[in-house]
Structures are given as structure tokens and as C-alpha cells.
Design a protein around this ligand. Structure first.
Ligand code: IPE
Ligand code: IPE
Ligand code: MG
Length: 252
């Protein structure tokens, strides 16, 4: 792995990088960014403090993936089930997303990253939709990496939306036999490779309705590290662990 501009020679990160095979990087990494509330609770802070620090982790992981040459990074930021949370927390999460976009739009674009919002985006507030639209349009032609942020996202809703889309295409005279490719191509993630590596922070051994179709053969890596503490070093650890897996896809 090329170390320049990435890690101090001799540092823990440099050692980790040495153990990573640049030819076998995951093409697509998906992350369930969990544990912000617990991180704040441990510090006797309000939950939103965890969400705020979690933004620093997002910035760090986006930058690191781009530098490593990861093709696609998908972050789970807000599920359709997260509306059950107190109004203030939901409002803060929406505000933090807008803030993130305003602050990061320029550097994301300069780094040749394409931004994609996935989920039932049409159900979000107009002000949030407007920010998401501006960000997606500005970066639409970038080719360095695709950064997808899942917002008001549910894997079951995504499949349901895909089925309805296919049905209306059939009614309009489209294909009557549905194939796996047609389903994949009707999801919000159409055109992206399926995730090779799915990371969940903060220890929970569940999927929480994330990318249900796409993770059929993803390698799952669960770490006890809470999302606001998760930085480049932890990402490299996850990639190193991924590279030790034997991906058999049902073969031998
Ligand atoms: C992840 O952290 C952020 C979102 C789900 C929006 P949580 O807020 O779920 O943190 P915990 O799981 O309660 O610690
Ligand atoms: C999953 O975390 C959703 C996001 C990270 C956005 P949750 O905290 O909502 O998941 P559960 O409730 O522990 O399953
Ligand atoms: Mg949680």
C-alpha cells in the first residue's frame, strides 16, 4: 500500500496499512453508524452530542476511503424507524445533515466524489431535499468514489418501491419476466456494486433493515467501537479482517 500522505512511518496506521493488500480492497463498503447515543451517555452528555461528534467520524471515513481508492461507500444515517425518536433528536439529526452538506460539499466535490442520497427522500422536508439535490447535482459527474447516504431509508421499503416501479413499467408495456438484474437495477443503489464489506459499530449483531437485497454475500464486521470513536485506524482494522475472510459464495 502506498503510505505517502496517509500515515506517519512507523505509526500504528502505517503498520496496519502494510498488512493490507491493495489489490484486494473491498469495492464497496457499507456502514451502519451506530452508538452515538451510548457514546454521549458514557460522557453524561445529551445524545445529540454523540451525533455531532459522529460527523467527525463521517468526514474521517469518507476521506480515508477516498485515499484508499474504495469505489463506493454507503453510510446508514437515518432509518425510517428512527422517526420514533424524540422530536428534538430527529430535528437535530436533520439539521446536522444540512450542516454537513454545507461544510463538506466543496471538499467532497474537489476530491472527485459523487454524492448520492438513498431512501424515501421525497418524504423529507423541502429544505433537506433542496440541500441533497444541490449536492447530488454538483457532484453527479465525479468519478473518484460514490458516497451514498441513506436517509429515511428502509431495506424493505426500498424493495417495495422497486417492485412498484417494475409493476408500473410492466403495465406500460415493459418486461413481464422479472430477473435479479431487473430488481437490482430498480433499487436506489442501481449501478453500484453490492457491498463487499458491511461494518456495524457499537456491537449490535443485527442488520436493522439496511440494504437487505444488496448484502446477500457481504462480509459482516461488527466492532464494539462506538461510531463517534470510529476513525481511519478502525477502518483499516476492518479491511484487514475482511481480507482474511474466505469468500466462498456457496462453493468450496
Ligand atoms: C446511531 O447512533 C445514529 C442513528 C441511528 C441516527 P444511535 O443514536 O442509534 O446511538 P445508540 O445506538 O442509541 O447508542
Ligand atoms: C441503525 O441504528 C440505523 C442507523 C444507524 C441509521 P439504530 O440504532 O436505529 O438500530 P437499532 O434500533 O439498534 O436496531
Ligand atoms: Mg442505535
Amino acid at each position: 500500500m502506498k503510505l505517502e500522505a496517509f500515515a506517519e512511518p512507523g505509526s500504528e496506521e502505517a503498520v496496519l496499512l502494510e498488512s493490507i493488500d491493495a489489490g484486494k480492497l473491498p469495492r464497496h463498503i457499507a456502514v451502519i453508524m451506530d452508538g452515538n447515543g451510548r457514546w454521549a451517555g458514557l460522557r453524561k452528555l445529551p445524545r445529540v452530542a454523540g451525533h455531532r461528534t459522529g460527523i467527525d467520524s463521517v468526514r474521517n471515513i469518507v476521506e480515508s476511503c477516498r485515499k484508499l481508492g474504495i469505489e463506493s461507500l454507503t453510510l446508514y444515517a437515518f432509518s425510517t424507524e428512527n422517526w420514533k425518536r424524540p422530536r428534538l433528536e430527529v430535528r437535530t439529526l436533520m439539521r446536522l445533515l444540512k450542516e454537513f452538506i454545507r461544510k463538506e460539499m466543496r471538499s467532497v466535490n474537489e476530491n472527485n466524489i459523487r454524492f448520492l442520497a438513498i431512501g424515501r427522500i421525497h418524504e423529507l422536508d423541502e429544505s433537506v431535499r433542496e440541500e441533497l439535490r444541490r449536492f447530488s447535482e454538483l457532484t453527479a459527474r465525479n468519478t473518484g468514489m460514490t458516497l451514498s447516504v441513506a436517509r429515511n431509508y428502509s431495506g424493505r421499503a426500498e424493495i417495495t418501491d422497486a417492485v412498484n416501479r417494475i409493476l408500473s413499467e410492466c403495465r406500460a408495456g415493459g418486461p413481464v419476466i422479472v430477473t435479479e438484474d431487473i430488481i437490482s437495477g430498480s433499487l436506489y443503489t442501481a449501478g453500484l456494486p453490492d457491498p463487499d464489506l458491511l461494518i456495524r459499530t457499537s456491537g449490535e449483531m443485527r442488520i436493522s433493515n439496511f440494504l437487505l437485497w444488496q448484502i446477500a454475500y457481504s462480509e459482516i464486521y461488527v466492532t464494539p467501537t462506538l461510531w463517534p470513536d470510529f476513525r481511519r485506524k478502525h477502518l483499516l482494522e476492518a479491511i484487514a479482517a475482511y481480507q482474511l475472510r474466505d469468500r466462498r459464495y456457496g462453493g468450496i
